[in-house]
Design a protein around this ligand. Structure first.
Ligand code: CS2
Length: 494
């Protein structure tokens, strides 16, 4: 056992014997990227790619300034302050090996909740050339079925009235872009790193809708000057646990109040449309393609949907982690059947990708016993995820006459989960979802109206009017309410 050393710039030379640390000058020449939403994923993905570039002696004009727009981000802000924005990335291999490494690509962190001015100024600074976002699938303020911007959001109403007091990303982006336009500075690229199909196109549409309501001239300038590359991002990043912090301190001798853990796999496929330059990301394995669409669809409909299949069915069965689901033969067979029979046929051919290999690797990734990705993380904000990950596949298969049964059981299970909020042992499940009250209200009417849950049009579109779907769904609902042992129903289908 080593006496733990506090993670801090001044201790890096001492830490060097314990794990790899940055070899570059931590204060980048310029802060070229402003990133909103510095969760575990950003730190395991984009910030790691930048770190690799910096280790190669490149990208010194691309330091990252993290931004927190939620009160909850204050915790990371404070930790970063004591740790000089350093953190440890713990890559966890299936054989139990852990590779920790200190990452130094984030050079600053600002909160926008108390005083928006420093954040707007940072985005409007001449050195800032990219503003990137990971604000979660639910963070973009649109109706998942209609795809329309939600003007009823009180924060949006507020910032339309008070452009100098932004609350959401839309208010911050327009305030900063306006300042750049007025100063004659080039616009920055807006790079979305969330799991949404055509994420750049979606963000462009949302930002222009908001900007038009605020300032039509500015909207025109944004439409001409700002590029929004679509991108597909991938690395499984579980929630950090106290055990991870302890492992780092006890086994590696590093005190880090908020390390990040992740799997070895990493992928980023991006469209090369950057209006104001970009780091040489291709030198560290980022793929640039003319059209990201097929890659995004593949990832969302296989990986993310696969996660949701395991997550919701696993929650009812009382499996705690994704790898526990993968140790259960019924779950593995069911998942593979869903992927092969329902998700794959709608993907078509994707250049350079063998979908069978992709799925084989995916199953190995899910099975990594060292990752212990919690089912509860996967089920968090299901209302923002399922329309894009799973319900879209049901719609596609209804249109083509394809199979829908494996996905439909997941929807029926989601309804039961939202109604009862407990697993098969009667233990409560904590449901974390911005729509949890509405979901529960709709689901609890299932006994009197079996279709009540799927009548929520903002999530399901017109599924409640599709006879092929409703007949199957209603029968599954009846079975689950009669016998909540979800595994039995899964077994009957495989
Ligand atoms: C997960 C994703 O949130 C989810 O439901 O499927 O966070 C997933 O782990 C990442 O997209 C992996 O790249």
């Amino acid at each position: 056992m080593k006496t733990p050393i506090q993670l801090q710039q001044q201790n890096l030379s001492e830490l060097r014997s314990r794990m790899p640390v940055p070899t570059y000058n931590l204060s980048a020449n310029k802060t070229g990227i402003v990133h909103i939403g510095v969760g575990g994923f950003h730190r395991a993905h984009q910030a790691y790619y930048l770190h690799q570039l910096r280790q190669l002696g490149l990208a010194s004009d691309w330091g990252i300034c993290g931004i927190g727009l939620r009160e909850a981000d204050a915790k990371l802000h404070d930790i970063f302050k004591t740790q000089d924005h350093l953190y440890t990335l713990m890559v966890k291999h299936p054989n139990g090996k852990i590779e920790p490494e200190v990452i130094g690509s984030i050079v600053d962190f600002k909160m926008g909740t108390t005083d928006p001015e420093p954040v707007i100024a940072q985005m409007a600074h001449a050195d800032t050339r990219i503003v990137s976002l990971t604000i979660t699938e639910g963070g973009y303020n649109f109706n998942p079925t209609t795809g329309e911007f939600n003007f009823d959001n009180p924060d949006i109403k507020h910032e339309l009235q008070h452009p100098n007091d932004p609350k959401t990303v839309y208010g911050f982006l327009t305030a900063a872009l306006k300042r750049r336009r007025n100063a004659g500075l080039p616009a920055f690229t807006i790079l979305i790193c969330d799991n949404i199909e055509h994420n750049g196109d979606m963000a462009r549409k949302m930002l222009l809708t908001f900007a038009e309501a605020q300032d039509a001239d500015l909207a025109k300038w944004i439409a001409q000057e700002v590029s929004f590359p679509n991108s597909m991002v991938d690395r499984i990043t579980p929630v950090t646990t106290p055990a991870d912090i302890d492992t780092l301190a006890l086994d590696y001798g590093v005190h880090d109040a908020w390390p990040v853990t992740c799997e070895p796999f990493i992928q980023w496929v991006v469209e090369d449309k950057f209006s104001n330059g970009r780091p040489d990301f291709e030198k560290v394995g980022v793929q640039f393609v003319p059209d990201v669409g097929p890659y995004e669809k593949m990832k969302l409909r296989l990986l993310n949907a696969g996660h949701s299949v395991l997550g919701l069915l696993g929650a009812l069965h009382a499996h705690k982690t994704i790898n526990a689901c993968m140790e259960d033969k019924t779950f593995v067979t069911y998942l593979r059947a869903f992927l092969d029979v329902e998700a794959t046929p709608i993907l078509g051919d994707i250049e350079g990708i063998d979908l069978e290999d992709y799925k084989d690797i995916l199953l190995q990734r899910f099975a990594n016993p060292n990752i212990k990705d919690s089912v509860s993380r996967i089920c968090t904000e299901s209302s923002a995820k399922l329309p894009k990950f799973l319900i879209a596949t049901i719609h596609d298969n209804l249109a083509t006459g394809g199979s829908i049964k494996f996905a439909t059981l997941v929807i029926a299970a989601w309804g039961y989960y939202s109604d009862k909020g407990m697993d098969r042992h009667g233990h409560p499940i904590e449901i974390i979802d911005a729509m949890s009250a509405e979901l529960h209200k709709a689901a609890e009417q299932t006994r009197t109206d079996p279709l009540a849950f799927i009548k929520q049009e903002s999530l399901f579109g017109n599924l409640a009017k599709n006879e092929r779907f409703t007949t199957l769904y209603a029968a599954m609902v009846q079975n689950i309410y009669k016998d909540p042992n979800i595994k039995k129903h899964m077994q009957n289908m495989i």
